[in-house]
Design a protein around this ligand. Structure first.
Ligand code: ARG
Length: 458
């Protein structure tokens, strides 16, 4: 039986019913929906809009419905369309006319808005916790690899030597900003839409501040039309998910490259790899590839909700029912991706020897050799030119810069002295960086200390 059947002379076809219904996906909001209804019933009782006895009976029955849903003793129907009307129907089935009073001074429009906000508050918490665990994992690895030297790349060409710790801490910073972004976003999710009615407010003497307190919202949305019509907070939430997925995806791309025979920098654990159905030798980094692929899905979720909202006249439109699909998908995908990723990096084997070996070839000390000549009084641009010629000479001879004899050095510039060999050794190149936030061993130690301090302050 439709709760809104009064005005209709004909039932919807079953295909129209099915098309219209959202219960298939919005049933996961049952907890939030019941919490919203309990707060609403309490407020109605307190304000004398319904009697205290009615309020108490509704609240008690909603509690029973909640536990019945949780033990699998409730069946939702497409007939009742969405989670709101399903729960209201069950309530009315159980307590008759009193149940019908629950929807006084309320609309499904403010009801769904409060449900999603409650849901996203919970999801944001779960995601920030997951990011925290990931940050701890990165910190742990970074502490283990302060002396693991590897090539740093630009354009995926060997550029300058860095430590693995430095590389990992770059991701640490990205993920901590992601965490910040979620906290900022939470500030805008955490505002109460309930009590706005369908769009214009209600004729009852309701108490929205009480509702906010009951449901744990930080504030009350000041305009009811805005409260039921906008989903900017959900767009922002998916945006936070998309950016975090983008960071995970970049890291995954590196792990995929690093686990290839060509790099051999890491070995992803068997428990996070898969085999090939035809090639017996294969061990594939499927988890990392899937996270990279799922990033595309989450971008799609963001675009999807932005597009759903564009062009909607105020206030509520049924298009908004579609918001839940991308919101749920983005949250689920991000949570599972962070979880898998964290376990994957904690179990992978780092091949320090391969990293260090790779750092020895590729003329990554060329900038340091140029800086050496600068210290001898030659302008940087000229040093760049001299070292460029040295690199070309070495490439043709198939040797590293440090493999040249002193005579060879002198043939390019008489400023070279014996100390050049020490100055361009890999660890010297790393150590010599002086700027704040560099790859130098000292700076990385500072960065790690800063992380530890901030954690203590939290
Ligand atoms: N199932 C709807 C949604 O998810 C609830 C609000 C429906 N409101 C309405 N006036 N039809 O958006």
């Amino acid at each position: 039986m439709k709760l809104w059947k009064g005005r209709f002379s004909k039932a919807a076809t079953s295909s129209a019913d099915e098309f219209n219904a959202s219960i298939e996906f919005d049933q996961r909001l049952y907890k939030e929906d019941i919490a919203g209804s309990i707060a609403h019933a309490k407020m109605l009782g307190k304000q004398g809009i319904i009697t205290q006895d009615e309020s108490e009976l509704i609240i008690k029955t909603l509690g029973e419905i909640l536990s019945d849903i949780e033990t699998g003793n409730v069946e939702f129907t497409i007939e009742s369309e969405d989670i709101h009307m399903n729960i209201e129907s069950i309530l009315t089935d159980r307590i008759g006319a009193i149940g019908k009073k629950l929807h006084t001074a309320r609309s499904r429009n403010d009801q769904i808005a409060v449900d999603i906000r409650l849901y996203l508050k919970k999801e944001t918490d779960a995601i920030t916790t997951a990011i925290k665990i990931l940050l701890d994992a990165l910190e742990k690895l970074a502490r283990q690899h302060t002396d693991t030297v590897m090539p740093g790349y630009t354009h995926l060409q060997r550029a300058q030597p860095v430590t693995l710790s430095y590389h990992l801490l770059a991701y640490y910073q990205m993920f901590s900003r992601d965490q910040e972004r979620f906290s900022d976003c939470l500030g805008r999710i955490d505002r109460l839409p309930l009590g706005s009615g369908a769009l214009a407010g209600t004729t009852y003497d309701t108490d929205r501040d009480f509702l906010a307190k009951e449901l744990g919202f930080a504030s009350v949305l000041p305009n009811g039309m805005d409260a039921v019509a906008d989903r900017d907070f959900a767009i922002e939430f998916i945006n936070c998910c998309a950016v975090t997925m983008m960071h995970l995806s970049r890291f995954c791309e590196e792990l995929i490259l690093w686990s290839s025979v060509e790099f051999s920098f890491v070995e992803i654990d068997d428990s996070f790899s898969t085999g090939s159905s035809i090639m017996p030798q294969k061990k594939n980094p499927d988890m990392a590839e899937l996270i990279r692929g799922k990033t595309g899905r989450v971008y799609g979720d963001l675009m999807s909700l932005l597009t759903i909202c564009k062009g909607l006249p105020l206030a509520y439109n049924k298009d908004l029912q579609e918001d839940k699909i991308p919101v749920f998908d983005a949250a689920d995908t991000l949570k599972s991706s962070i979880g898998i990723f964290t376990e994957m990096i904690l179990t992978m084997k780092v091949r320090e020897d391969k990293m260090e070996n790779a750092a020895k070839y590729g003329y990554m000390n060329a900038t340091d050799a140029a800086d050496y000549l600068v210290s001898k009084g030659i302008p940087f641009r000229d040093c760049h030119e001299i070292i460029g010629k040295i690199v070309l000479y070495c490439i043709n001879k198939g040797i590293a810069i440090e493999e040249m004899t002193m005579d060879e050095f002198k043939s390019f510039s008489d400023k070279f002295e014996d100390d050049i060999y020490d100055k361009i050794a890999i660890r010297s190149c790393i150590k010599a960086k002086l700027s704040k936030g560099s790859t130098s061993f000292e700076s990385v130690d500072e960065q790690l200390a800063d992380i530890a301090n901030k954690k203590q302050a939290r």
